[in-house]
Write a protein that binds this ligand. Sequence first.
Ligand code: CO
Length: 421
Amino acid sequence: MIACVSDAGWEGLGGVVEGASSGEVMKRLRSGDVRVLARVISAVEDGVEGVAELVAACRAVVEEAAAVGRVRAVRVGVTGPPGAGKSTLIDAMVRVWRGRAKTVGVVAVDPTSPYTGGALLGDRIRMQGFGGDEGVYFRSMASRGGSGGLAGAVGDVCAVMEAAGREVVVIETVGAGQDEVAVARVADVVVVVLAPGMGDEVQSEKAGMMEIADVFAVNKADCDGAERMEGEILAMQGLGAGGAGWVAPVVRTVATTGQGVADVVEAVERCVREGGAATRVERMAAGGAALDHVGIVVRSIAAARKFYEALGLRVGREELVEQEAVRAAMIPLGGTRLELLEATAEDSVIGRFVAKRGEGLHHIAVRVGDVDAEFARMRAEGVRLVSDCVRVGAGGHRYFFVHPASAGGVLLEIVGQAGAR
Ligand code: CO
């Protein structure tokens, strides 16, 4: 039987919880009854009256188990840009866990569609791939806008899944935006899935992904560019920087054939054993605010490229930013980047900078959690801004500039978390 059934015949959670039968709900949930699991998750999503009590009971169950030394479920966040093959990789990982007799729950956070029958149908289709194995449970959840709200809802669903005996809970999200940062706060391990062929488009997102990743999967590794992508990740991790703590391993996978998938599962389990997530939590506690890049004006990117490549750095592809009349190329450097800027017109901002001051340091860019909120705050506080609105740059990142008069004599660029909505 498929582990996803209609709610017909169920008497409604509210009444059950209020009455003496809340114990019965918990009993059936803890016995692993997937109908009850489905019903309780719906109730969490809908915020049904009385559900908070039930979630609290679930959390108590999980804590009790932990108190007697039973390890609670491992929460694995899996994220990456659309097209990287996340769902296929997750399905393959689920097969590895099922092969080890572990029960798995998958929560797919879908920001594009509200929770509807359509999502339910998708869940059914995915579960059918497992031939009705009740040890696998898929569930889509609508993203709830506010990131705190989403993290809360996902945390609740994880607790319900754990109380229902799921040993692995996978949380699937898209990209590296607010939702992913929120989910990363809930997960024990975060796997970032990338694939070659999308390199330059996700370049600006990668910085945000570096922050949340405990494990990288370079999927579609049988395609051209996998090696280059792995190299870019390693470069961004700042190889040679030594550094204490967990360094996210990079695993090449071909999810469609299963190649490398067991290695991803192994990396996830090693991260749990070695407490690797602590390194990520520290990184993220740095506020989500971080040095994103340093902008350097050059007369010729081609000439500067030679110099920096001779230094052993990788210089990314040149991108034309038409609205600024500038060409830009990024150089990954540790957790941050250098941004080489070359004017395409003499009467542009960068063109005038070169004419007046020659080559040189131009700006520093700080990444913040909520670029719109910062823009509104600074404007309200009378901070002198160069930009009259939050702009969208190449790769979809959002930014604005603060005048040196307000930033201690430095032109300051404020950029949002990549992919943030
Ligand atoms: Co910049």
